[in-house]
Design a protein around this ligand. Sequence first.
Ligand code: SF4
Ligand code: SF4
Length: 340
Amino acid sequence: MLLRRNERSKFTSIFNPKNGCFVRVEDSDSEEPFWDSLGPELVDISITNYCEYSCGICYKKEKNKHNMGESEYNAVIDQLSAIGVFQVALGGGNPNLHPRFNQFLKYAYSHGIVPNYTTNGSHLTNEILLSTQQYCGVVGLSYYFQDNFNELMLEFQRYKIKTNIHIVVTPKNIESITAGYLQQDAFKSANAIIFLRYKPKKYSSGLSECNFSVGNLEKFFCAVDRARKYVKIGFDSCFVNLMINFLTVRKELVEPCEAARFSCYISEYLRMYPCSFMENFDEGVDLKEMSIMDCWQKSSIFVNVRDRLFLNDCTPCALFDLCRGGCPIFHSEFHCKNIA
Ligand code: SF4
Ligand code: SF4
């Protein structure tokens, strides 16, 4: 069990690296913490922008292929280990295409940080699966309606690798997901199904690209409700305002966006952001010029996102404590008005 105590804000974060169980507990005489000044608990790291596919729903802009260097990655992990970060989520691109992927998993693990990763399922060699089994907490397998999805799930099961299925939900595919995909046996064998809300590549891309009809949402959340009888279900923070309006969940299990509060993102170019989806809109902070801790505590991009989550035009909403206005980046694109 790993513990991190924030004496100033009077709370303790507890993480079990064996089963991934995580809780944040405030002292009995204290408020729920808004952020952790001691640094992030979880860090997303893009180790390559390369992926052999070009899915329309992917937020990564087309760029020249770029891999994070091994010495750069190790220096990032050294800093995160000193901060007491519990987990890193390696992504990309397709992270297992990085030529030093196995070494990256091992380096994080040997520095007391649990590495997880998200993959499209291609190029998973025996060596990668063995490293995953040895060092990783959980693998996120992205579901793109691919033909070999069942075989991929069986392969992970053969290696006893805990697998979450990641599904990006868009206004275009929500009806297909609702119509029965969740009943497949492969889905039932997953550790959990995680729904990710589709994010646009640019601002003001039009409400229709990001927003769902109320009818489709009702059917979708009914299907999710049925599915949660046989598999654990999770949502990314970007789903929060939809989830709390359509699903009955214990409020202890709902966490508003954690960007710049408990999590952050580092790109393959060593630039740090509150969230990976800011990469297309902002320069981020160059980690060759600033330490991770200074960026976390003092950089304007982090302070601004925290300010936006602390107080915004949603503050009068009765659900504000659970939601904090949804997404600080796509606040207006993710139209809410309490889903009227
Ligand atoms: S009005 Fe704002 S705080 Fe209320 S549910 Fe919608 S996005 Fe969340
Ligand atoms: S900043 Fe927006 S896109 Fe990023 S995790 Fe938070 S809710 Fe999601």
